[in-house]
Design a binder for this molecule. Structure first.
Ligand SMILES: Cc1cc2nc3c(=O)[nH]c(=O)nc-3n(C[C@H](O)[C@H](O)[C@H](O)COP(=O)(O)OP(=O)(O)OC[C@H]3O[C@@H](n4cnc5c(N)ncnc54)[C@H](O)[C@@H]3O)c2cc1C
Length: 325
């Protein structure tokens, strides 16, 4: 039997983005229904590295990445991997990516990202307080690790550019780093320390608090995967197996799956999928006190509640291929 619902605003996807939108809309007095076939906040919003990375203003596409793009295709262990099977479908996106990796575009994009993420730290503090999650936010900064002396020297120009964009960063010698994080193996190079950065000690728990908060505001959650989106004169119809929902407006927040849904609404979004992975080790007290990214490896070592999570990598491989951690 098909359930028929009507609402003021439908939100597709109950990740961090969809639930944050639902929270603001419900708080502003709108009637909101959120659709997701999975447990709210159990996708990327659960499995990430937990950094509120207002310092990560360098785009993925830079002249260095462009120079190394051909070798990245063949090295499974590089921080950026591209699945060869996905290349034909990715080609138009990759061409745009290559153009955006040229020096002028990369500098412009860094400024744009800095403007976008500049208020992330303060916004998260307000948001966490609103959903009862302030205890999950940790104020211990984040580290970029440079394992060799030459990589550390090369980082100085990058950090000068970040300072120019208003980011607080201290460069630490190998000895200073060892004093700050004695649990890390020694390095020849050094580290960049972002003292104002904050991180989540448990992204999954933060998502549970957010889900509870929106449920308390009477946001209705239906376990449904939207397959059809049709514009009508007086709104939008969403179709999912066993459900038809008529909404005045729709927020598409289905993460990596948003492009296909937006296309059904007639909106062309130049978005492709960046896949990432994490592995975890149970540890009552991880030997590390703040997220640390060995920069050439492209992942973060993240101390989280009761475990160490290693999360990251950028894999361009489309939406349908099985995982290749
Ligand atoms: C390994 C890894 C590490 C990361 N580390 C960081 C980090 O340190 N800092 C940072 O800022 N970001 C990080 N990110 C990125 C961050 O996690 C994502 O940008 C963020 O979680 C996206 O949230 P979202 O709500 O858009 O998507 P998601 O959390 O993926 O939620 C989308 C939801 O939409 C649902 N959905 C999909 N299709 C449909 C459909 N047809 N109908 C209904 N629902 C649908 C899904 O079930 C899902 O629940 C990381 C990502 C990964 C993978």
């Amino acid at each position: 039997m098909t359930e028929h619902l009507t609402t003021d605003i439908a939100v597709i996807g109950a990740g961090a983005v969809g639930m944050a939108c639902a929270l603001q809309l419900a708080a502003a007095g709108h009637e909101v229904v959120i659709l997701d076939p999975n447990t709210p906040g159990s996708g990327a919003s659960y499995g990430n590295a937990g950094t509120i990375a207002d310092y990560a203003v360098q785009p993925v596409g830079t002249p260095d990445v462009l120079k190394n793009l051909p070798s990245l295709l063949f090295d499974r262990n590089s921080p950026l991997a591209i699945r060869r099977a996905a290349l034909p479908a990715l080609a138009p996106w990759l061409l745009r990516f290559a153009r955006q990796s040229l020096p002028g575009a990369a500098r412009h994009n860094a400024r744009a990202i800095a403007a976008l993420v500049g208020s992330a730290n303060a916004s998260w503090q307000t948001f966490a307080a609103e959903i009862g999650g302030s205890d999950i936010l940790q104020h211990r900064g984040c580290l970029y690790l440079y394992e060799t002396a030459s990589a550390f020297r090369a980082a100085h120009a990058d950090m000068a550019q970040r300072r120019g964009l208003g980011i607080a960063v201290d460069l630490l010698t190998a000895q200073e780093l060892a004093g700050m994080e004695p649990g890390l193996p020694g390095v020849e190079g050094g580290a960049a320390y972002f003292p104002k950065a904050i991180f989540l000690s448990d992204p999954g728990l933060m998502m549970q608090r957010l889900a509870s908060r929106i449920a308390a505001l009477n946001v209705l959650h239906r376990k449904a995967a939207v397959t059809g989106l049709t514009r009508l004169v007086d709104g939008i119809r969403l179709d999912a197996p066993g459900l038809t929902l008529h909404a005045r407006r729709v927020v598409i927040a289905a993460g990596a799956h948003s492009r296909a849904l937006a296309a059904q609404a007639g909106d062309r979004v130049p978005l492709d999928t960046e896949r990432g992975y994490h592995v975890e080790w149970d540890m009552a007290a991880p030997r590390l006190t703040r997220p640390t990214c060995p920069t050439t490896r492209g992942f973060y070592l993240c101390p989280m509640s009761g475990r160490l999570r290693v999360a990251g990598t950028v894999e361009l491989g489309g939406l349908t291929a099985p995982p290749s951690p």
